[in-house]
Design a protein around this ligand. Structure first.
Ligand code: NAD
Length: 478
C-alpha cells in the first residue's frame, strides 16, 4: 500500500548509516511502488555538495548495498530524481534557509537524525527556529539513546522541549525485523501458544545475538560502551519485552508499549554471579580486542551473558538467559523458548528425554522452528526423536517477494504512516537504563576484568558454566 507523498530529510545523509541502510531501504520501497513520485528525500550534512554530486554518492551507495537483481536503471534514475541535497551546519546557521525552501508545508514531513546524539538538541532547536516544525512533523532518532539513565533523561528532556512524544520515533531496528513482529502474531494471533506461555510450562528462555565481526572501525566508541550498553540495554531488551509482555488489548502504539514497559519494570536486579563478561583474545592473524581498540588495557566487555528473572505471576521461576558477543563462532540471532519435560514418560527411559523448543530466528534465515517429538520411523519399536516443524519466511513467501523487507525500510515507512508501535517510547528507554545502570555500576565499582575468550568460540567457558550449574545448556552457536 503506497504511503502519502512526503519530504524526508536525512541529517547525516552522507554518513555510514545513511549509505548502508537508510538510502538502500528507501530505494527498495520506491522500487516496490510504495513511495509516491511526488516525495522528496533531502540529504543534509556537512559536506559541500550540490544535488548532482550527492546523487552520485547515493548511486554509488545503492550499487554497493542493494542486491544486484533489485537494481534496474529505470528505478535507480526514478529514485535519484527524488533526491536533493543541502549542506548544513547543525550547530550554526549555514544551510537552514536552503533546507526550508525544500521542505513543503503541505506534505508529510519527517527528519531523520542520523548524526551523533550531541547534535539532537541543536537540530531540534533549529527546526523550530526556522519554522520547519509543527504538530505533524516527525523526528527519527538513532541509537545510542543515552549511555545511562541520566543522559537518556537529558536527551528526552531536550527533545521534549521542541517535540511532543507522539512526534518522536526512537529507532531500534530489531523491532523492524519480520520475525520480531511475527513473534507478536504467533503469541497473540494463535490460541495454541499463549496458554503455555508461562512458568508452568516454560523451563527457561534463551536470547542469543552472536556476531562474528570484531569491534572493527568503531573501536573508540565501543570501548566506552561495551556489549551491555551497545546491545543488551536496547536490542536484547526489546526482544525480551516482546517475549515476556502481557497481551496488549490492541495492536496500537501505546497499548503495546505500556505492556513492554511493565515487563521491563518487573525485571529483578541481576546478581553478580548471574553475569559473565568476556573479551576476545587474538588468534593467528585475528587481532585481539585490545588491538582492535588500540588500548594497552581495557575492562570493557565484548561478550556478556546474563540470567534475568522477571518478578511477576507469569514468569516467576522461569529465567531468561541473555547472551551477546563479538567474534563468536557464527552470526546468529535467535530466541529459544525451552518448554518443560512432559510430567511423566509413558515410553520409559530408553525412549529418551525430549523437550519442545520453539526457536525464533532473526538471522540468518529469518523464521521459526518448533521442535516436536515423534516416533522414529521404522520397525525399531517405540523410540522417540525430535523433528523440527520449520518455517523459513523467505522460502514460504518466496525469496523474490518484495514483501520480505529489511528492518530499516519498514520502520521508515512506519514513520511516514505515523505509526509508532515499533518505536521505543521515552519512558521505556529510561526504564531499560534504570535496570542497566546498577549492573554496570556493579562491575565498574569492583574493577573486575572480563574473562578472555578465543575468537571463533562461543564465548568464555564461564558462560557455559553458569547454565551448567542449573542443569541447563546454551543452544549451540553454529
Ligand atoms: P558518520 O560519522 O558516518 O556520519 C555522520 C554524519 O553526520 C555525516 O553525514 C556528517 O556530515 C554529519 N554531521 C556531522 N556533524 C555535523 C554538523 N555539525 N552538522 C551537520 N551534519 C553533521 O555516522 P553514522 O555511522 O552514519 O552514524 C549516525 C548516527 O547513527 C549515530 O548516532 C550513530 O550512533 C547511529 N548509528 C549508526 C550505525 C551504523 O551502522 N553506522 C548503527 C546504529 C546507529
Amino acid at each position: 500500500i503506497p504511503v502519502d507523498p512526503f519530504d524526508l530529510t536525512i541529517f547525516g545523509g552522507t554518513g555510514d548509516l545513511a549509505r548502508r541502510k537508510i538510502l538502500p531501504g528507501l530505494y527498495r520501497r520506491f522500487r516496490s511502488g510504495q513511495m509516491p513520485e511526488d516525495s522528496r528525500i533531502i540529504g543534509a550534512a556537512r559536506s559541500d555538495l550540490d544535488d548532482n554530486q550527492y546523487r552520485d554518492e547515493v548511486r554509488a551507495a545503492l550499487k554497493e548495498f542493494v542486491d544486484r537483481d533489485r537494481l534496474d536503471d529505470a528505478s535507480l534514475e526514478g529514485f535519484l530524481d527524488l533526491i536533493r541535497y543541502v549542506s548544513i551546519d547543525a550547530m550554526g546557521d549555514a544551510g537552514w534557509k536552503e533546507l526550508k525552501a525544500h521542505v513543503r508545508p503541505d506534505h508529510i514531513s519527517a527528519f531523520y537524525f542520523s548524526v551523533a546524539p550531541s547534535l539532537f538538541g541543536p537540530l531540534a532547536e533549529r527546526l523550530h527556529a526556522y519554522g520547519m516544525a509543527d504538530q505533524s512533523t516527525r523526528i527519527v532518532v538513532e541509537k545510542p539513546f543515552g549511555r545511562d539513565l541520566e543522559s537518556a533523561r537529558e536527551l528526552n528532556r531536550t527533545l521534549a522541549e521542541h517535540f511532543d512524544e507522539t512526534q518522536i520515533y526512537r529507532i531500534d531496528h530489531y523491532l523492524g525485523k519480520e520475525t520480531v513482529q511475527n513473534l507478536m502474531a504467533l503469541r497473540f494471533g494463535n490460541v495454541l501458544f499463549e496458554p503455555l506461555w508461562n512458568s508452568q510450562y516454560v523451563d527457561h528462555i534463551q536470547i542469543t545475538v552472536a556476531e562474528t565481526v570484531g569491534v572493527g572501525g568503531r573501536g573508540g566508541y565501543y570501548d566506552r560502551s561495551g556489549a551491555m550498553r551497545d546491545m543488551v540495554q536496547n536490542h536484547l531488551m526489546q526482544l525480551l519485552c516482546l517475549i515476556a509482555m502481557e497481551p496488549p488489548s490492541q495492536f496500537d502504539p501505546d497499548a503495546v508499549r505500556d505492556e513492554k514497559l511493565k515487563a521491563i519494570r518487573a525485571l529483578d536486579p541481576v546478581k553478580p554471579d548471574s553475569i559473565v563478561r568476556g573479551q576476545y583474545t587474538g588468534k593467528g592473524s585475528t587481532p585481539s580486542y585490545l588491538e582492535d581498540v588500540e588500548a594497552e588495557e581495557s575492562n570493557t566487555e565484548s561478550f556478556i551473558a546474563l540470567k534475568v528473572n522477571i518478578s511477576n505471576w507469569r514468569w516467576a521461576g522461569t529465567p531468561i538467559y541473555l547472551r551477546t558477543g563479538k567474534r563468536l563462532k557464527a552470526r546468529q540471532s535467535e530466541i529459544a523458548v525451552v518448554f518443560k519435560d512432559a510430567p511423566h514418560s509413558i515410553f520409559g527411559a530408553e525412549a529418551g528425554r525430549h523437550r519442545n523448543i520453539l526457536t525464533i530466528r532473526l538471522q540468518p534465515n529469518e523464521g521459526m522452528t518448533l521442535g516436536v517429538t515423534i516416533k522414529e520411523p521404522g520397525p525399531g519399536g517405540m523410540r522417540l526423536i525430535d523433528v523440527p516443524l520449520d518455517m523459513t519466511f523467505a522460502e514460504a513467501l518466496g525469496a523474490e517477494n518484495d514483501q520480505v523487507t529489511d528492518a530499516y525500510e519498514r520502520l521508515v515507512m512506519d514513520v511516514i504512516r505515523g505509526n509508532q508501535t515499533l518505536f521505543m517510547r521515552g519512558d521505556e528507554v529510561e526504564a531499560a537504563w534504570a535496570w542497566t545502570d546498577p549492573i554496570i555500576e556493579s562491575w565498574d565499582s569492583t574493577d573486575r576484568k572480563p574473562f578472555p575468550y578465543e575468537p571463533g568460540s562461543s564465548g568464555p567457558e564461564e558462560s557455559a558454566m553458569m547454565l551448567h550449574r542449573e542443569n541447563r545448556r546454551w543452544r549451540e552457536i553454529r
